[in-house]
Design a protein around this ligand. Structure first.
Ligand SMILES: Cc1cc2nc3c(=O)[nH]c(=O)nc-3n(C[C@H](O)[C@H](O)[C@H](O)COP(=O)(O)OP(=O)(O)OC[C@H]3O[C@@H](n4cnc5c(N)ncnc54)[C@H](O)[C@@H]3O)c2cc1C
Length: 429
């Protein structure tokens, strides 16, 4: 990426003083917080995932030492969802997908607070933590990811443990991996996909492929039945159709437009619009909504309980001074880690400008890439580019901006790890 692309990519086009500091970024020296830009402000960030970690880092990089950043995160380390499907086939461990917060603290001077944000007082401009601490702010960024809606029949913790979604990498990922390993040859794995929007559009199709590939080799005769609430494959349709119909032919049965009425975890039966189905393993991905701190604070004001934002600043449409980024925000962009990283940069840029008394960039652009393993050695990819459309005040897909890999290949599989390492370094290091 050259210097010009870098500015376009980050959506940054601020004052000459700010641009001169970015020159260091353009030469690759990103780990540099200017001592004093003259800009001052207290920013609190809730959630240290893909969006929250990135916004905290870039607020310091671009705002300088006068912009204090406090990052509130409930977990000691972040576990990446990206690549977590490869935990299911034993190619990655959960530990290898964990990222701590010490570099954000030591390199950028971010104050990392381990805790649970319980309430947002957007009138009094403070965040209340579960331990009673109150954190005052000038600007608040909320990046809590998603919460899950409950599928009828799976109300209890025991039922949810037996029918895991594994759509938040962690203990459920290990449960699902163990359940797949315990399947008999000739067994049935049923996976359900919720109606859009949900986190990571290609993710479920990718998971079906990874599981089918493993079962084919280690549990011959097994089936992967995919029940999709959507009317067709939502992402990389060419490559996933080829994967389902040719590469994993006879293993994956894909059914679009299926409604899940309920799931009985005791009998391992799904009651669906295409009848009752029994399975050895059920991987039911529920529909989702904004993180609970947002619903509890009245900020999940868009349909489906997502948070409506102005995409020039990611400011909430109901709470001035509160910015919402990542999966929780309701935008036209996919709910994806790469997009969360991009939204974080647009938001950091906007906050720095607002603190400096400037206007936000009127023409932000974002992009997203996503690699999808198809077998243990091959992958596909998808990329998309968005630009702000003043007519609709939304991010619009640019003409020709949605591209899927011309074929499924080994090269894509190898590039996937380079893309992942770069993205995670940009967010956490
Ligand atoms: C199987 C799978 C595969 C995926 N693959 C890809 C991929 O290939 N490419 C891609 O771009 N995306 C992928 N994604 C999607 C990606 O993981 C998400 O879009 C991304 O993580 C969203 O970032 P976020 O910051 O909004 O949320 P998260 O990354 O989930 O971070 C939210 C953070 O907030 C914390 N938090 C929440 N509430 C509170 C609170 N009240 N107090 C304190 N802390 C709190 C959480 O602990 C968490 O650390 C995948 C997802 C899955 C499930």
């Amino acid at each position: 990426m050259n210097r010009r692309d870098f500015f376009r990519f980050t959506g940054f086009g601020a004052s000459a003083a700010l641009l001169s500091r970015l020159a260091d970024a353009a030469t690759g020296q990103l780990g540099f917080v200017p001592t004093n830009t003259g800009i001052k402000g207290r920013v609190v960030v809730i959630g240290g995932g893909m969006a929250g970690a990135t916004v905290a880092k870039y607020l310091r990089l671009w705002g300088g030492s006068g912009v204090t950043v406090t990052l509130v995160e409930r977990d000691a380390a972040y576990t990446s969802n990206i690549l977590s499907n490869l935990v299911l086939n034993g190619q990655r461990t959960l530990t290898s997908l964990q990222f701590g917060y010490s570099t954000l603290a030591s390199r950028y001077g971010i104050k990392v607070v381990r805790g649970e944000a319980k309430a947002i007082d957007h009138v009094g401009h403070k965040v209340l933590l579960a331990d009673g601490t109150s954190l005052p702010y000038d600007r608040l960024v909320v990046a809590p990811g998603i919460e899950f809606n409950v599928i009828p029949g799976l109300e209890t913790a025991a039922a949810q443990a037996k029918v895991p979604h594994a759509w938040k990498a962690g203990a459920q990922t290990t449960t699902l991996k163990n359940q797949i390993a315990a399947m008999p040859s000739g067994g049935t794995f049923v996976m359900t996909i919720p109606a859009k929007p949900y986190r990571c559009p290609p993710g479920p199709y990718e998971r079906a492929c990874v599981v089918a590939d493993w079962l084919k080799r280690y549990r011959p005769g097994s089936k992967v039945i995919v029940l999709d609430a959507n009317s067709g494959i939502l992402a990389e349709p060419e490559n996933f159709s080829h994967a389902f119909d040719v590469i994993h032919q006879g293993v994956i049965d894909y059914h679009p437009g299926v409604t899940i009425n309920s799931i009985n975890a005791s009998t391992m039966t799904l009651n669906t619009s295409m009848g009752a189905l029994r399975a050895n393993v059920i991987n039911a991905i529920p529909s989702q909504r904004a993180g609970s701190i947002l619903t509890a604070s009245g900020l999940a004001n868009a349909p489906g309980q997502w948070a409506d934002v102005n995409v020039l600043t990611y400011q909430s449409t109901v709470a001035p001074g509160v910015h919402i980024i990542g999966d929780s925000s309701a935008t036209t962009q996919p709910k994806a880690g790469h997009i969360a990283n991009q939204e974080a940069k647009i938001c950091a840029d906007a906050i720095v400008r607002l603190l400096a008394g400037l206007s936000p960039d009127p023409a932000p652009v974002t992009n997203s890439a996503c690699y999808s393993p198809i077998t243990s050695q091959t992958a596909s990819w998808l990329s998309s580019r968005f630009a702000y459309d003043p007519a609709t005040a939304k991010m619009a897909l640019v003409a020709g901006g949605l591209v899927e890999a011309p074929s499924i290949s080994k090269d894509n599989y190898e590039e996937m790890f380079k893309w992942f390492n770069t993205l995670m370094e940009d967010s956490f290091a």
